[in-house]
Design a protein around this ligand. Structure first.
Ligand SMILES: *Cc1c(COP(=O)(O)O)cnc(C)c1O
Length: 340
């Protein structure tokens, strides 16, 4: 089966499992797991931050960040497709008591001007206090769209001037790093906090890291405990993260090449009306006739290919380390044999 539904379906490699099996561990809630400590330090260093916090999921790292940055009644700025708004079970509202204001965007990317326009006058007691801006890089609903670092730096300036926190949902930030050639430190610098997933393109079974300054992570550690995310001998899974940083970053370029191939193949079929430009490892297309989506997904399944419905008439395919070039060729053949 060629499973392109998500880059979360990867299974740990033999090398990764060996690293996990031999990991040195301790009780991480006591701060005594050397492997967790090493991973937190390494990721923080990479992104130019003082400290890191290892968590079970990217949802948790995002939700902790929102909680530390805000007070109940505050407002968070993001766009309609943002994971923190759309795919975290209403957590911004339920966990932190914040409202969300959605910014106009292009494939998940918005401008500093949009932030300024959405900002509410804090001296007006009628209005929710605008407190946090969330940037998702790459943007999942934007078809893996890459942000322009120049615009991010402008948003940083605006946030500084308006007293807003700036958080990056970097679930796929390593895809952006490899695709742009811009370093983790450069991507990290404009942000007060960054959430990084290890269980997407990097291929670990579980885990995300939140990075920020010491005071921020100190507070985040309390919130992680409150949310039930304190883990004990977590070095077993942190070891997978360290292994992935050593072995699974540069290879993301292959996933990007494969995704571009899929995008080109889809664009050549008359049953496809639009393919979002492929910037990284996500391919999103829209069918000319939305009612054909179910049939296409079934046809692919029969041909041992899995893709995901992504909205009316929309399909998503995500490339990752468990799909090789031969798998992409077979997928391209299956797309060609669909009788729309
Ligand atoms: C996957 C993902 C997350 C985190 O998801 P978890 O499944 O909770 O780890 C956050 N943001 C984006 C954009 C994602 O794709």
């Amino acid at each position: 089966m060629i499973d392109l539904r998500s880059d979360t379906v990867t299974k740990p490699t033999a090398g990764m499992r060996a690293a996990m099996a031999s990991a040195e561990v301790g009780d991480d809630v006591f701060g005594e797991d050397p492997t967790v400590n090493a991973l937190e330090e390494r990721v923080a260093d990479l992104f130019g931050k003082e400290a890191g916090l290892f968590c079970p999921s990217g949802t948790m790292t995002n939700q902790i960040a929102v909680n530390v940055h805000t007070r109940p009644g505050d407002e968070v700025l993001c766009e309609e497709g943002a994971h923190i708004y759309r795919y975290e079970g209403g957590g911004v509202m339920a966990n932190s008591g914040c409202s969300v204001k959605l910014l106009p965007n292009d494939r998940g990317r918005f401008t500093a001007e949009a932030v300024r326009n959405a900002y509410s006058d804090p001296t007006n007691p009628h209005l929710a206090r605008t407190r946090l801006v969330n940037i998702e890089n790459t943007s999942n609903r934007g078809g893996g769209a890459l942000w322009d670092l120049g615009e991010v730096l402008k948003i940083r300036k605006t946030c500084g001037a308006l007293g807003l926190g700036l958080h990056m949902d970097g679930a796929r930030i390593f895809n952006a790093i490899v695709a742009t050639g811009t370093s983790a430190a450069e991507w990290g610098a404009p942000f007060d906090s960054v959430s990084i997933c290890l269980s997407k393109g990097l291929g670990t079974p579980v885990g995300s890291v939140l990075v920020g300054n010491k005071a921020f992570i100190h507070e985040a550690r309390r919130v992680r405990k409150r949310f039930g995310g304190g883990m004990r001998q977590a070095g077993i899974i942190a070891a997978a993260g360290l292994y992935a940083l050593d072995h699974h970053v540069q290879r993301l370029a292959e996933d990007h090449t494969n995704a571009a191939e899929l995008g080109r193949a889809l664009a050549g079929h008359s049953y496809v009306s639009n393919v979002i430009p492929v910037d990284s490892n996500i391919v999103v297309c829209t069918l000319r006739d939305a009612s054909k989506l179910e049939g296409l997904l079934r046809h692919l399944e029969v041909n041992s290919v899995r893709a995901m419905a992504f909205g009316p008439g929309m399909m998503r395919m995500v490339t990752h380390l468990d799909v090789d070039r031969a798998g992409i060729d077979r997928t391209i053949q299956a797309l060609a044999s669909f009788a729309a």
